[in-house]
Design a protein around this ligand. Sequence first.
Ligand SMILES: O=C(CO)COP(=O)(O)O
Length: 155
Amino acid sequence: MRYSYEVPTTPTAALDMTITTPTAAAPNMPRIALIAHDKKKDDMISLAAEYRAFLQGCALSATGTTGGRLINELGLSVERKHSGPVGGDLQIGSLLVDGLIDCVIFLRDPMTPQPHEPDINALVRACDVHNIPCATNVSTARLVLSQLMGVRSAV
Ligand SMILES: O=C(CO)COP(=O)(O)O
């Protein structure tokens, strides 16, 4: 099977290398990573729109393309890492291992092979190793975000 993602021959020209710096998280501010595969990006935008008011009060990190859409379409403030296929998942994993992520919303596409499957597995494994909630579908994401919202409004 051929993957649809092709590594560009001139990386700086073809890859969006605009990486944003970390959002300073206030104490008790939930730090959430948002990642979606291409066929799940519309779902991510709908989900984030639904929880936009809450997410505006969170420190958000995202892989490149997902982050770009969250910024451009919803006006959210997002620390944007590289795109997933070129290491963005690993960058999110690194934040997580350093204790800088409280929750991962990772809308994976189970129907499409990904060229960076090992990176995806590494991130999900890191969530399990470090006992970080990882929602991989919209229903679970709603449960996790609603729970975080409830905890936050109870503080
Ligand atoms: O590939 C991804 C996750 O594995 C997502 O990366 P993008 O947000 O850059 O599309």
